[in-house]
Design a protein around this ligand. Sequence first.
Ligand code: PRP
Ligand code: URA
Length: 213
Amino acid sequence: MYQSYENVTVFDHPLIQHKISMLRSKETGTNEFRKLVEEIAMLMGYEALRDLPLEDVEIETPLETCLSPMISGKKLAIVPILRAGLGMVSGILALVPTAKVGHIGLYRDHDTHEPHEYYCKLPSPIELRTIVVLDPMLATGGSAVAAVNFIKKHGGRNIKFMSIIAAPEGIERMQKEHPDVEVYCGHVDRCLNENAYICPGLGDAGDRIFGTK
Ligand code: PRP
Ligand code: URA
């Protein structure tokens, strides 16, 4: 794992890098793509959640009673941005099966690239939870910024954002508009093209996860 931007962690683990290369390939079909997104989310989540608070709990082993650490406080909330963020949910739930799951529906306008919201449902009390927003692609940053705006408007405070591939433009926008949000990503790509797609990227994440076009 290495840090090159403030509040941004980019993962350099060989397993994550290898799986991202497989994701990028246009030869990778829907079934394999979904599995890879889930696996990468789990590997990233393992590190991104290393600051979850612990408290000592009394446990009876077959030999004696001891105090042993368990995750404390209100359970984690994971909030995928629809649609593509849904692909990452099972990877995080494999790590924290008791996490609550909210949803934010946003789509990018094809011409303006501005996000439009169509759905939002968050677990309560959102203000007491660590919230991990999931979206495999951080391109212009419009969707990520809008999702975090929304969560903050509902009272969310302790927010992390996790993407598999990010563009420098998206990272900079998140840092400018939400400097308090920790951003985790698997790779920072070169740039956006004229259609605001990440290059080299992996194409349209939602279409590749759900087999649409
Ligand atoms: C994609 C992606 C992000 C957004 C990133 O979603 O999953 O949500 O674009 O772009 P941005 O950083 O420029 O906002 P899209 O709007 O294509 O919707 P979909 O997931 O329903 O396909
Ligand atoms: N959304 C995607 O799915 N891919 C991109 O490259 C940019 C936005």
